[in-house]
Design a protein. Structure first.
Length: 197
């Protein structure tokens, strides 16, 4: 039994549309990457989890895989810039870190961890007054009306409603509400993580 050329065309179009729909659904199913910051409390290499306590005292537990990377380690041998959580779990516990993660089915999975170090980290809430992308500075007006200016680290992460972006790709407008997480280095406030509210 053979199909006429008209029916073959209809079948071909239907198969093509089904394939395109399937491809579109798989692209649409890609989860955005978000980020949070806090102190690494525990890395369980058997359960493959990392527990991070945020500034508000909440402990977030993330699954991790062999593909989860660690960057910016300050307490290991010079020249070591990337590794895995299994390799550096002893070094990270007690450090401040930015965890990039995906959410799927109620489970958060870390895709990358950036070690900020064991120094004092502070957070400030406010609204954006101005940004100098060339000079990499951010001026935020706090609730009491004070203006605070931060140097934005070249590899700072910004968590937005659509996912995490690098500071160079961040779009913002005056008046946007943010929480700036920063350290003080050489008399300057250096932002390493910004939560765009």
């Amino acid at each position: 039994m053979s199909l006429s050329s008209g029916r073959r065309f209809v079948v071909l179009v239907a198969v093509t549309l089904a394939a395109l729909l399937g491809a579109w659904q798989s692209v649409a199913a890609v989860e955005p990457i978000h980020a949070t910051t806090g102190v690494v409390k525990k890395i369980d290499t058997h359960a493959k989890t990392i527990a991070v306590e945020t500034a508000d005292g909440t402990v977030h537990v993330f699954k991790y895989t062999e593909r989860t990377t660690v960057e910016g380690l300050r307490d290991v041998a010079a020249g070591t810039r990337k590794g895995t959580l299994d390799a550096y779990h002893g070094t990270l516990e007690g450090s401040h870190a930015v965890v990039r993660y995906t959410e799927k089915g109620g489970e958060d999975t870390a895709v990358g961890v950036k070690d900020v170090g064991k120094g004092t980290v502070k957070a400030a809430d406010g609204t954006i007054d101005r940004v100098d992308k060339t000079g990499r500075t951010l001026t935020v007006k706090t609730k009491d009306g004070t203006e605070e200016t931060y140097d934005v680290s070249k590899d700072a992460s910004i968590d937005t409603a659509r996912g995490v972006v690098n500071s160079a790709k961040w779009t913002y407008k005056k008046g946007d509400k943010v929480t700036v997480h920063y350290t003080e280095e050489a008399g300057k406030k250096v932002a390493y993580f910004i939560h765009h509210l």
